[in-house]
Design a protein around this ligand. Structure first.
Ligand SMILES: [Ca+2]
Length: 413
């Protein structure tokens, strides 16, 4: 989970999240090694961290025996600085994560843990398929939990300027977990950014929401599936999960639909979307319920459209990425027996950062402010693309398709 680690994720579009990096890094086997090395700045930083930890109530024993012996991990900083070369496409993102294998395994896991999951649904209001979807996306149902030494990683990041305060607070929570005998330093392993266990909880989320599900008196999110699932249900519930409603669903948009409406910032009642001609993927009318919703087109107007409800926002508080939240919802639907998307996302070329930078420069030059060109296709760039499209009589979906590149005179992807 990166809910409490939201600074790790740029709230852009398409989002490039730490999870995306993690998947590729795990695949490449890069996270297995974490050679520690001496670093003068780190050594100089440790006394200040020790004072912070003591002031926050970590015991002197843990501060002296554990924190004082943490190591600088250069690899963590490398991973933190790593910029993806491409903007991920929705097609690539979704097909890599919602695979047939993951759907089938999710169904098996749901059947295997059904009594527990039904109990959790009663108690916390989160249906079984959602818990399976989070579990499948976070760690492939517990098959990789991360092997990095969390205390070393967090201390390294806390001593690094970029997000020092955020990781200092996570480190303090991690030390309190050691204090509480929840985990020993040697067994305290996870992602390079400090997320642990089957559901990849950050230490702050662990301390706030982890629950003992199997009754042994400890919340072991690494080895106990009941503990991990119960904790995830509790966390979603505490963020305000609405038990009566879905995450959202695929919809069909009518010809002539105003794509200026396709944004999380555009929240309207279902009755409004019905008036706009939005229907379910099977052509049926949207339900007549007093709910607010937004419409998203993560691959532009030629791809699938989704209507998303309040629970979508809850998923995005877990991991601040629209792609991630759609993947959770869609995987949950598939695990629950639902069919594939009616409209497949187009398998188009990924944009390189350089292409996006050129696009941003051209937009700025044409009077459509996309901010300082940074090569990242974020919400500001999307807004500028939308305004540009509108000015040219193009479909204003904010998605830089080839006609946008052509109209701006930028080399095409
Ligand atoms: Ca337990």
């Amino acid at each position: 989970m990166t809910a409490s680690a939201s600074p790790l994720n740029e709230p852009g579009f398409p989002p490039v999240t730490i999870k995306q990096w993690m998947y590729s890094l795990f695949t490449a086997g890069l996270l297995a090694s974490s050679a520690a090395s001496a670093d003068p700045a780190f050594t100089a930083c440790l006394p200040g961290l020790q004072q912070r930890a003591l002031a926050a109530g970590v015991t002197p024993a843990t501060v002296n025996a554990v924190l004082a012996n943490t190591n600088y991990v250069a690899r963590v900083i490398e991973l933190d600085r790593r910029q993806p070369e491409f903007s991920e496409t929705f097609h690539n993102y979704l097909t890599a994560r919602v695979t047939e294998q993951r759907i089938q395994q999710g169904r098996q896991m749901l059947a295997q843990h059904r009594p527990l999951l039904e109990k959790l649904q009663q108690q916390y209001g989160v249906p079984p398929q959602y818990l399976m979807a989070f579990w499948g996306l976070e760690t492939n149902y517990g098959s990789y939990l991360g092997k990095m030494p969390v205390l070393d990683s967090l201390a390294t990041l806390a001593c690094d300027q970029r997000r020092s305060e955020f990781f200092t607070l996570e480190l303090i929570d991690a030390l309190k977990m050691v204090d509480a005998s929840i985990v020993t330093p040697a067994l305290f392993v996870g992602s390079w950014a400090g997320a642990v266990g089957n559901m990849q909880f950050m230490p702050s989320a662990y301390r706030a929401h982890a629950i003992d599900g199997d009754g042994d008196g400890r919340a072991d999110l690494w080895r106990s599936i009941p503990d991990a699932l119960t904790s995830a249900a509790n966390y979603l519930n505490s963020m305000g999960w609405k038990k009566e409603t879905r995450w959202g669903r695929e919809v069909l948009l009518p010809a002539g639909f105003d794509y200026n409406f396709t944004s999380l910032a555009e929240r309207h009642p279902l009755s409004f979307w019905r008036q706009q001609g939005v229907v379910m993927a099977n052509g049926a009318q949207l339900p007549d319920l007093p709910m607010q919703a937004s419409i998203l087109v993560p691959a532009g107007h030629t791809g699938p459209a989704f209507i998303v409800y309040d629970n979508f926002d809850i998923i995005m508080r877990w991991n601040r990425s629209e792609f991630y939240a759609i993947a959770v919802g869609h995987l949950a639907d598939r695990i629950n027996g639902g069919s594939g998307l009616k409209r497949q996302p187009p398998n188009m070329a990924r944009f390189t950062n350089e292409q996006i930078r050129q696009l941003q420069t051209a937009l700025n030059g044409a009077g459509f402010d996309s901010g300082q060109p940074d090569g990242v296709l974020g919400s500001g760039t999307r807004k500028a693309v939308r305004a540009f499209q509108k000015s040219k009589g193009l479909i204003a979906d904010g998605f830089p398709s080839q006609d946008v590149f052509v109209a701006l005179g930028v080399a095409q992807p």
